[in-house]
Design a protein around this ligand. Structure first.
Ligand code: NDP
Ligand code: ZN
Length: 175
């Protein structure tokens, strides 16, 4: 399959998998806007043109948040894409606090490809929080999320100057 067909196939797969989900903003934006936006941050701002990284960005929340398995991604999109998605997927069997702690601890050990997806994911989510506060969140929760995200980003540095600079702007505006 050609690169463009493969990319469309990936977006279609993610759209079907996330079809019943919404984001946490008050407007309940369709969830698929997020993975597409993460891939767009990589192309437009990060100047990333590695197809596997863009596919992994589009698929990055399918295993964590839907019934999708890494095996399914491996069969459909191959080992490289499945490997990156596996690297950015939290272990659902662990309690949330442990998953959040492990993201900080494990960030520096990730591959460059996985670090790119994680940087773009954090950038998208922090901008989303600045745009509109999720229903039921108070300012303390937003500020704790920013603090946690900055600790994860510390472990992802040295990967993409532009994305890290955009993240720094957000962190500085919160100080
Ligand atoms: P959550 O993990 O519950 O929510 C943030 C995640 O939701 C993001 O990482 C993103 O993940 C997804 N998401 C969906 N919609 C949006 C949106 N519109 N904007 C941003 N992200 C969105 O947050 P936390 O539990 O981490 O809460 C933040 C802090 O608040 C924590 O540090 C915690 O200590 C504190 N807190 C937590 C409470 C709780 O019940 N968990 C209660 C009170 C305080 P993805 O990329 O996967 O979509
Ligand atoms: Zn995400």
């Amino acid at each position: 399959m050609g690169d463009l067909s493969l990319l469309v196939e990936t977006v279609n797969f993610a759209a079907i998998k996330h079809k019943a989900q919404r984001r946490k903003d008050p407007e309940k934006t369709p969830y698929i806007n997020h993975p597409i936006g993460v891939a767009r941050i990589l192309t437009e701002e990060g100047k990333v043109n590695d197809l596997s990284v863009l596919q992994a960005a589009i698929l990055h929340d399918t295993v964590e948040d839907t019934d999708t398995t890494i095996e399914e991604i491996k069969e459909k999109f191959g080992d490289k894409v499945a490997g990156i998605v596996a690297e950015v997927t939290d272990d659902k069997h662990l309690p949330k606090s442990e998953r959040k702690r492990l993201q900080i601890e494990n960030a520096p050990k990730k591959s460059k490809e996985a670090k790119l997806v994680k940087l773009a994911d954090k950038l998208y989510n922090l901008r989303d929080l600045n745009r509109a506060t999720p229903s039921g969140w108070n300012p303390k929760r937003v500020s704790e999320y920013f603090k946690w995200a900055s600790l994860v980003v510390e472990g992802l540095r040295g990967t993409n100057h532009q994305l890290e600079e955009e993240l720094d702007k957000l962190f500085e505006s919160k100080e």
